[in-house]
Design a protein around this ligand. Structure first.
Ligand SMILES: [Zn+2]
Ligand SMILES: [Zn+2]
Length: 313
């Protein structure tokens, strides 16, 4: 874990001077539309949520870049400065940001902290899945924080974020609601596409063997059985669980197992060696992958990888 540092120092004067110059220069070319709400996001997918719902009324600052490990991230002192200067801090929620209580306590009382995942119906980690959860805080019976795999959950989140943006910036509440409605319609189309694609995977092949227990919402949405086989880190995998996973892969004729873009492949390699099953394309488990900046691109990546790996004749 990175050290969590709070910065109570004034912002440096230099970046302010640079940004002031940039504003003057840009202003000489074209008038600048002043955004009404500054939003700092704590998860790459939340940056897209903020942009889609906020549209031209928000300036979005991403504190965590796509590709960073969401389970390891914690804000640096300059991230803290950004968060403190924002009107809204948009978190994914459901407990994934372990540092959120500390961050909240250090923000001005006027800052609105929104946890988008609050709008998505929770599922709980089973005892078996929790063995390979993201961290010890997500133990058996706790809420699975990986809600972004639910497109319907994201539709609810869009609505919820629009309402919360409206509270922070009442003058534009109708615009936020209209933006959320338009994006929700796009998400409905995305869900129809995803379901059509997934229909190419026969029901008998719907086993999703991945590294950590991140695909509960995906599996619920599309009728798969989730088989996580290792945590996101290099921690020792229980040999008993590994041999059970190997048995399940063999017994259910699992044709493909999937690495994750941010997780160790050690246990997966052992399963591949023991069963001769194929290695699929890496899945984006945590919604954070370098170059993937929209929710649509994230969904398309995973659905295509699963269908390529398990579908077809
Ligand atoms: Zn966790
Ligand atoms: Zn995860």
């Amino acid at each position: 874990m990175k050290h969590f540092a709070f910065c109570f120092l004034q912002q440096s004067v230099v970046p302010r001077m640079i940004s002031a110059c940039a504003v003057i220069l840009a202003g000489a070319i074209a008038p600048i539309a002043q955004a009404d709400l500054k939003v700092a996001t704590l998860h790459p997918l939340m940056t897209d949520v903020a942009n889609k719902v906020g549209g031209s009324h928000v300036t979005v600052v991403t504190l965590m870049s796509p590709g960073e490990d969401i389970h390891q991230f914690s804000p640096t002192s300059s991230d803290m400065t950004e968060a403190r200067s924002a009107d809204v801090v948009l978190a994914s929620g459901k407990g994934v940001e372990l540092y959120l209580p500390k961050l909240k306590a250090s923000l001005p009382s006027t800052t609105h902290v929104i946890e988008a995942g609050n709008a998505c119906r929770s599922i709980k980690l089973s005892a078996k899945d929790a063995i390979f959860a993201c961290c010890p805080q997500h133990a058996a019976g706790s809420i699975d924080p990986h809600w972004w795999h639910s497109i319907s959950g994201m539709q609810s989140a869009a609505d919820y974020v629009a309402k919360e943006f409206g509270k922070a910036d009442p003058a534009n509440k109708d615009a936020y609601r209209a933006n959320a409605k338009a994006w929700s319609a796009e998400l409905k189309t995305l869900q129809s596409w995803a379901k059509r694609e997934i229909s190419k995977v026969p029901r008998s092949r719907r086993y999703l063997v991945t590294s950590h227990a991140a695909f509960g919402y995906f599996c619920k949405e599309y009728g798969f059985k989730s088989i996580p086989i290792s945590g996101p880190t290099e921690e020792a995998v229980s040999s008993q669980y590994l041999s059970e996973a190997i048995e399940q892969v063999k017994a259910n004729n699992v044709t493909t197992v999937f690495p994750e873009n941010n997780a160790s492949t050690k246990a997966l390699d052992a399963i591949i060696a023991a069963t001769g099953t194929r290695r699929g394309s890496p899945l984006i488990a945590d919604g954070s992958a370098s170059g993937v900046t929209t929710y649509k691109a994230f969904v398309e990546h995973n659905i295509s990888a699963v269908v390529d790996g398990l579908g077809g004749s």
